[in-house]
Design a binder for this molecule. Sequence first.
Ligand SMILES: Nc1ncnc2c1ncn2[C@@H]1O[C@H](COP(=O)(O)OP(=O)(O)O)[C@@H](O)[C@H]1O
Ligand SMILES: [Mg+2]
Length: 288
Amino acid sequence: MEMNNTKIVIDDSIKIYKRGSIEVVALRGLSCTFHKGEIAVIMGPSGCGKTTLLNMIGGLDRLNSGKIIVDGQDIAQFTDKEVEKYRRAKIGFVFQFMNLIPELNAVENITLPLELSGTLTKERKEFIQELLKIVGLEDRQNHRPDELSGGEQQRISIAAALANDPEIILCDEPTGELDSLSKKVVMDLLRSVIEKFPEKTMIIVSHDPELKAIADQMFYIRDGNISHTFTKSELQAKQQATLTPGDVQTYMPSNPDETNKAILTELRHIDHFVKDKINSIEKKMHPV
Ligand SMILES: Nc1ncnc2c1ncn2[C@@H]1O[C@H](COP(=O)(O)OP(=O)(O)O)[C@@H](O)[C@H]1O
Ligand SMILES: [Mg+2]
């Protein structure tokens, strides 16, 4: 393994959403690191801040405070123009709802964004043919989305996300809409993408614990902060232990009461540290 394969460092990220007079702290001083050639799976219940975190990394939204260092540069300090350039050059998104245009066939769905941005070169077209092979749908490229199964549509979406050869692939609940067989195929495909392109970094957020099967690193988020981290070696040890695939509880310690207590203690601890910071940000949002 490379000595320094660090790709993204998130440092003390805070994101507060305002909805009318209500404020939601979606990221509460969250910090974590992502590596090249690895899949990080981020799990946690609905509303814990998974999509928020992905949107920040993808440059779709901005933090209230904290750093997002990608290749040594803090994108939180970028101008809007720089963020847009970053997003186009480095990011590929895969969403739960496949975002395919019904009137276009599979290959057109992949090429359209490149055509619009004027970057559909001959080389890119060849690369897209290669991608269609990788996702196993070379012979389906002239089919429209409604002529493809859900799993096939998601495979086309993955090819579309890879079409501009992004360094960072962000997947938000990529298996959320799939039956169990398609889910397996999509999971295997995501794994094979990172094996095939070891310079890329993949981050998958999901509430589905089965995705841990393809993870090199796993984070568990509670209430806008990391509550558990599992490293590659810890995951490997777990995979080799007597656990059955799909066992929902395997990533949690065995005594749920102890776990909840530990999580609460940790959250109180974290809260203590970030409360002042959040207060000061809130003051800035509402100057008196
Ligand atoms: N645009 C928004 N405006 C207001 N609140 C939001 C917005 N986006 C997310 N939130 C809130 O932030 C919290 C985290 O949301 P999200 O990141 O979507 O969670 P997850 O993806 O883990 O389900 C939730 O309480 C959610 O309601
Ligand atoms: Mg979400």
